[in-house]
Design a protein around this ligand. Structure first.
Ligand SMILES: [Zn+2]
Ligand SMILES: [Zn+2]
Ligand SMILES: [Zn+2]
Length: 163
């Protein structure tokens, strides 16, 4: 079980390993993102202010950018929404994004490691990653006919994995 104490200890170790000072601000930002995965910067500010009421929006943005830079946070931006942040990094997971309500879900990479897609032409590049964003309509937003399509796709996926 990941208790807040274990998490704080792990973050402390990683921050030091990355050459950063362990500050209340950094830990509060990590904690806010941990408690609210796929949060916007605005939501993170609100979360951090429960611990540090006086922290400025600007400070939270600076900490966020730095934590992304050292790989402790992942930032991604679904179309038409502000950037979202999460503490789940380095596992090449993908996201499923509802185009109606903006709901975001984690999707484990079916392949496991980046780049999980084979391009039709490498252009001589050593590939590092492929951006995968699943876009669709979530269960709550689906019309009846969309629910049928979803069911069909789910069935096909299950057959594929069991054959
Ligand atoms: Zn939705
Ligand atoms: Zn995620
Ligand atoms: Zn993948």
């Amino acid at each position: 079980m990941l208790t807040p104490e274990i998490l704080a200890e792990a973050w402390t170790t990683t921050l030091r390993a990355k050459g950063r000072r362990v500050t209340k601000q950094r830990l509060a930002v990590l904690n806010a993102v941990q408690n609210h995965p796929h949060a916007t910067a605005e939501e993170i500010v609100q979360g951090v202010r429960q611990e540090i009421p006086t922290i400025t929006v600007q400070s939270v943005y600076v900490v966020l950018a730095d934590l992304v830079e050292i790989g402790m946070l992942q930032r991604f931006e679904p179309p038409g929404t502000p950037a979202l942040y999460e503490t789940r990094t380095g596992d090449n997971h993908h996201h499923a994004f509802c185009i109606r309500c903006g709901k975001v879900e984690d999707v484990d990479c079916a392949v496991g490691a980046a780049p999980c897609l084979t391009p039709s032409d490498y252009h001589g590049m050593a590939l590092i990653s492929a951006d995968v964003l699943y876009q669709g309509i979530c269960v709550r937003c689906q019309t009846d006919s969309e629910a049928e399509i979803a069911e069909q796709q789910q069935r096909q996926a299950q057959q594929l994995h069991h054959s």
